[in-house]
Design a protein around this ligand. Structure first.
Ligand code: HAM
Length: 425
């Protein structure tokens, strides 16, 4: 009896990242880690699964993320578990759980890892996607907001990303927001029947979310709704003015975008997004802002916070479009050995060069020289070292520069120096 086995494919909205593209991901992550470290951020790793109420409470019961997009399941003991749709809530949970506030001062933390949202997949939008994010906990100073944005702009410029725009707004705080929501509700009462059904519901349950609606037909109406910037209380106004003044001082350009409220409920005061012209419809490379009330909302001490998350998949699309970096892996040396007696010295040479940090590949079975050279050039090796009986007898190996075709006899001890002079490390 034979049953035909269907091929199993990756789950919808998820994808495999393959070499050589993964080398570009590593490059981007290395740049981010270096810059985070220069700004004294340290890495935090939180679990990929969390208790569902963490996100319901922090991201917000009425957001698209919580109502439609979470991968939530009931565990064997009936606990409701969710694959994290974002990491800010997890970072704040960990901050509270480990009493990081007892360490005094501010905590600057960063993370890199997968997030999960059950969205309709398209270019730049996946169900498993990656974020590179950073959070600062413990200060409400506008200088932090400006510094976080400065750090971001530095990262984007290191990655040679052109054609980006920093969109900036303030969404106020629990003191000034009620007055704004009143004005918003009043206007919405008049116009909501012309909005999409989601917005008609949001107009009642969470009117701020209407501003974040992505439905094209709703946009002309949304553009006429009152602006939160006209309703900021004195403290939020002053905070926003200081953030913009500090950005000016640092030479960072931005566009004030009063309808930028973001898709998560925890924000207070500063919110921002950076868009890239290199991306299509999904043009937000990153988003972030302040969340001064989140720690208290999750049962922790009052702790102001601000952070951002870069969508790494989108960042990579923009980096690829900018074409300043190429996905490539550099194999420095291919070791070709001819005849059984050459295997031992060849293996030793490969080991020694690898110990010194060069990227080395070696043939694993005896083949003719021509075939070895073919393999070496297919692998993109910069040099091929040829070791046969003659070379062993002479105490010098043949080293072929695969770019120029030049060949030279070099002593094994001098080989590392010979190769590393022309291989970028
Ligand atoms: P967010 O705006 O929901 O914010 O996501 C940040 C970025 O993640 C987006 O700008 C986008 O680049 C990327 N992203 C979101 N969903 C997807 C998807 N389905 N596929 C690919 N990329 C996606 C947050 O997550 C907040 N935690 C940001 C933050 C940190 N606020 C304060 N601290």
């Amino acid at each position: 009896m034979s049953t035909k086995i269907g091929t199993i494919r990756s789950v919808k909205g998820t994808r495999d990242l393959l070499p050589p593209e993964t080398s570009l991901w590593q490059r981007v992550e290395a740049e981010a880690r270096a810059i985070f470290s220069a700004y004294n951020f340290r890495e935090i790793r939180t679990p990929i699964i969390e208790q569902t109420p963490l996100f319901a409470r922090s991201v917000g019961e009425d957001t698209d993320i919580v109502t439609k997009e979470m991968f939530t399941f009931s565990d064997r003991d009936n606990e409701s578990i969710t694959l994290r749709p974002e990491a800010t809530a997890s970072v704040v949970r960990a901050y509270i759980e480990h009493s990081l506030y007892n360490e005094g001062g501010i905590q600057k933390l960063y993370y890199v890892g997968p997030m999960f949202r059950r969205e309709r997949p398209q270019k730049g939008r996946y169900r498993q996607f990656y974020q590179i994010g950073a959070e600062v906990l413990g200060s409400d100073q506008p200088t932090i907001d400006a510094e976080v944005l400065e750090m971001l702009m530095l990262l984007l410029s290191r990655l040679k990303l052109g054609n980006t725009a920093l969109l900036l707004n303030s969404v106020g705080c629990p003191l000034c927001r009620p007055e704004y929501l009143k004005a918003l509700r009043q206007t919405l009462d008049r116009v909501k029947r012309n909005l999409c059904s989601d917005c008609q519901r949001r107009a009642v349950t969470n009117p701020l979310r209407v501003l974040d609606c992505k439905v094209e037909a709703d946009q002309p109406i949304i553009a006429t709704l009152p602006s939160i910037l006209d309703h900021l209380g004195p403290e939020c106004r002053q905070h926003f003015d200081r953030v913009t003044a500090e950005l000016n001082d640092r030479g960072i350009s931005y566009t004030i975008t009063p309808r930028l409220v973001r898709g998560l409920d925890y924000y207070t005061k500063t919110t921002f997004e950076i868009t890239s012209g290199a991306l299509g419809a999904q043009n937000a490379v990153l988003g972030g802002g302040r969340y001064d009330g989140l720690s208290e909302l999750l049962g922790g001490p009052p702790t102001p916070g601000i952070g951002f998350s870069i969508g790494e998949d989108r960042l990579l699309l923009a980096v690829e479009a900018a074409a300043a970096f190429k996905a490539e892996e550099k194999l420095a040396v291919y070791v070709a050995w001819l005849g059984d007696t050459a295997l031992a010295p060849a293996s030793k040479l490969a080991r020694d060069l690898r110990r010194q940090g060069l990227s080395v590949e070696i043939g694993y079975e005896p083949v003719k020289l021509k075939r070895s050279l073919g393999v070496a050039s297919k692998l993109g090796a910069q040099f091929t070292v040829i070791i046969g009986e003659g070379e062993i007898a002479n105490g010098k190996y043949q080293v072929k520069n695969m770019g120029t075709g030049e060949q030279q006899a070099v002593e094994p001890e001098r080989l590392f120096q010979h190769v590393s002079e022309s291989v970028p490390q």
